[in-house]
Structures are given as C-alpha cells and as structure tokens.
Design a protein around this ligand. Sequence first.
Ligand code: ZN
Length: 394
Amino acid sequence: MDFQTYWLLALPFFFGLGWLAARVDIRHLLSESRTLPASYFKGLNFLLNEQPDKAIEAFIEVARAEQQTIELQFALGGMFRRRGEVDRATRLHQSLVERTDLTVQQRTDALYELALDFLKAGLLDRAAPLFDKLKESDHEEAALRHLLDIHVTEKDWLQAIAASLTLEHKTGEDHRSERGHFYCELAILSYSRSQFEEAQQFLDQALTTHKNCLRARVLQGQWAMNDAKFSEACQIWQQLEQPDPDYLFLVAKPMVDCLRQLNRSTEALTLLESWLSRYPSLDLLAVTFQTALEIRGENYAHALTRQELARHPSLGALEKYFESQVVMAPVEQREEWQRMRDIVHGQFERLAYYQCHHCGFKARSFHWHCPACGQWDSYPPRRQVEQDLQPRVN
Ligand SMILES: [Zn+2]
C-alpha cells in the first residue's frame, strides 16, 4: 500500500481527540468527587492510616447521610457480621430489605445477607425461610447448601433428604452417600420408638439410595442380633467385607458374640484371625486378642501377639504383647510386666484416636458424622496412630 502524505495531517487530529476525551473524563471525576461527602474521604484516610474502627464510623456517617450508597451499606453490613456485630449487621440488612427503591438484584442480595446474619446468630428458624425464598435467584446454590446444613442441624431428616435431592439436581453433585445416612438416622429414630417395620423400611431406602451404605448393613445386623437372629446377623455383617473390609472392626465384637451364641466360638476365632491377617488393624487385633484369650487361653493369645508384633509391628501390638506377658509371667515378675504394659498403654491411649480428615477433630470413638464440622464419612476407619505407621511411598 502506498503512503499518502495527507495521512500526516490525520495524526494531530486523532491526538486532539484523545486529549479532549481525557479532559472530559477528568472533569467527570472532579464533579463526582465534589458530590462525595467529606466523611467519605475521612474514612478513606483512617483506612490508609490503619485505623479501621474510626474508618467504619466515618463510613456509617456517609451511609446515613447518603441513602443511595447501597454498595457501601452492603460492605458495612458484611463487615459487621464478620466482626461478630451480628445485631448491627441484621439491622442494616433489615433496613435495606424494607426499602422500596432497590433493584430486584439488590433486594435479593439484601435478603441473602440478612439470612446469613440470622444463620450467624443461630436463628435457624428465621434464616431457613429466607434461604427458601432465594431458591430461584443468583444465590440459589449457596442457599440450598445452607438449607441442607440447617435441616441436618435440626435433625429434620426428611427435609434434609429433599434439600439434598434438589442440590444434586441443580449442581450434578453426588449426594447419595449423605442421603443414605439421612435414611439411617430416620431408621434409628423409628427403631427407638419401637416402630420396627418402619425402621426396616428406612434402612431399605438407605440401601436403595446408596447400595454400599455400610452403616445400614451394620444396623441391619445389630437389629437382627437384638431379635436373637444370630445367624442372620452374621450373614449381613459378612457382606461388609466386599465393599470395604476396613470397616469390619465395627462388627467384629458383636459378630463373635453372635457366633458364641450359636456355639461356634472356634469358628469366630478363625474368622477374626483370617480378617486380621488380611486387613490388619488395631481394633481388630484388640477383639482377636480378647477372643483368643477367652476361647483358647493364655498361651494361644501370647503366641498370637508375638506373631502380630513380628508381622505388623505397632504400639497397639506391643501393648497386647505386654498384656499377654502379664498373664503368662511368673507371679514375681508380673508387677514389672504390668508397669511396662501401663507405660505403653498410656502412650497408645494418647495416640489412638480417630481424626476427621475434613477439620482435624479428634475423637476416641468412630463417627459417621463429624461432631465438629458436620461432614459425613469424614472419619477414616483407622486410628490416626495406624495411619502414621503406614509405609511411606518415596
Ligand atoms: Zn470434622
């Protein structure tokens, strides 16, 4: 393309246009800044000087004087809530909700913020209807999650099932395992009211919802045992091995009790030893050791602990070894063995806890539902001391 000389004349023209645009922009900014109240700049100044409390007071003054500063009011409300001043946040968001000059989006945002205030204040009965209203808004997903948490906290399991289904439908997430637990909770409630048929139906629903719902299998076996259906209980519990053998420890002790009721004690010990060799765990070892002691006597239990100590060395195995030594040793040496056993036992007890992998909460017993963070299935079926001893992969 040939260069045309008249193009040189166009350059100053475009430069002039740019200069004009900048002037207009600066004038606009200046006129805007003149409309901002002095408190706004005062607040900014306090913020820059790291005096947040004074800054907040200055911004409150702006918000009071300039009702159109909606975004500032939202910012203040959120900050009050974060600082724990929930009453203040609630009053501010309540006044926003009551205003008639808000856009649809602003009103929805105000409702959501108000629901969060109620949630933070623990007023679940006031938060829930607001989250319910937000089901068809931008805040739908967050509102559904909060509603689910509220129903779980209030142990309203039917509502929790409904909320979990809606959330699954909206997000595509898999909530079946969680719903299995909700049906188990309903089953436990019915069982405690002696509504046994209804309880069984809820367990069936748990298993229909989540085929591998281990908790439902554990409960089914427990209730069969309560009805003296020992053989049936054993059959149900043996099914746990297929989906996840790590949870067998939950049924090991009652399984032994059932088999002993059926005069199959030796079979019980053989089964436990077989599980222990294939799925070593401290909880299984404890039950196997006790059963061996009761059924086959001290020598057998002692040999078992020696074998286990060689095969899977651990603090728990060492404790059982010392325990068997206390029983086996001549009377004059027992005190010494007992002392050593107590030292190891104390250390083992200190470290043998289950730990939530979501929030780190430690518990002496196994939980399906973390009492601290409310997460389901967040406790691994092994005590932390065992996981720490797992071989490291380099
Ligand atoms: Zn937790």
